[in-house]
Design a binder for this molecule. Structure first.
Ligand code: GRF
Length: 216
């Protein structure tokens, strides 16, 4: 059985979407894979209760108990390695990872970001998209590279920004799309339909309509 490890920092709605997809699509049977553990860098992350409710092992590794970023990443790697994961998913994990950590998980580490990268890397993406007046906004799942919110793009989902739309409303609409996009990308990787090779994303049996979805 392939295992999946999810890193979170907060609410955990993407984690919940992964668990829902795992159950509804019976990943254990169809993909021979299951979510083995959740690791949070914050003890108060809501996602920890979601993990507990689903009987998934969870760990808290508080980043503020480490003096150096590199030490935190080493400790994080040690917990992750207990599960020998086929894939590590950053699902709202709000920490920059060191180059060493990222290199160790190259091709097995993905992130979901609430914007159409490379636009609006970083925080407050919805507010910044509204301020910029973009008509199209969305979310991206990508393999993680050394830089913040950067790396080879796997798939994106977009929506049309409504005239006068509020930040809260836009954020909720993008989040609903994230909950579809992230489990799909995970399933593709576990099924061998998406992989990273020499820095490029290779896909098998997927078309443009799979890799880019658009909602109005
Ligand atoms: C999501 O918008 C995700 O794209 C971003 O952080 C947020 C996490 O939300 N990286 P949740 O914890 O999954 O509810």
């Amino acid at each position: 059985m392939k295992s999946l490890v999810c890193l979170i920092s907060g609410r955990g709605s993407n984690l919940e979407a992964i668990l829902r997809a795992q159950r509804e699509q019976n990943w254990e049977r169809t993909l021979g894979a299951r979510l083995a553990a959740v690791i949070s860098n914050r003890a108060q992350a809501g996602g920890l209760s979601i993990a507990a409710a689903h009987g998934v092992a969870s760990h808290v590794l508080a980043h503020d108990t480490f003096d150096a970023r590199a030490d935190f990443d080493v400790a994080l790697g040690q917990i992750i390695e207990r599960y020998e994961p086929a894939l590590v998913v950053l699902a709202g994990f709000m920490r920059v990872l060191t180059a060493q950590f990222v290199a160790a998980y190259r091709g097995r580490l993905i992130n979901i970001h609430p914007s159409l990268l490379p636009a609006f890397a970083g925080l407050h993406t919805h507010r910044r998209a509204l301020e910029a007046g973009v008509r199209v906004h969305g979310a991206t799942v990508h393999f993680v590279s050394g830089e913040l919110d950067a790396g080879p793009i796997i798939a994106q989902t977009a929506l049309a920004v409504a005239p006068g739309e509020s930040e809260t409303h836009l954020a909720a609409r993008v989040l609903a799309l994230e909950h579809v996009l992230l489990p799909r990308c995970i399933a593709w990787i576990l099924a061998g339909k998406v992989r990273l090779e020499e820095g490029r994303v290779l896909t098998e049996g997927l078309g443009a309509a799979d890799l880019m979805t658009f909602a109005t």
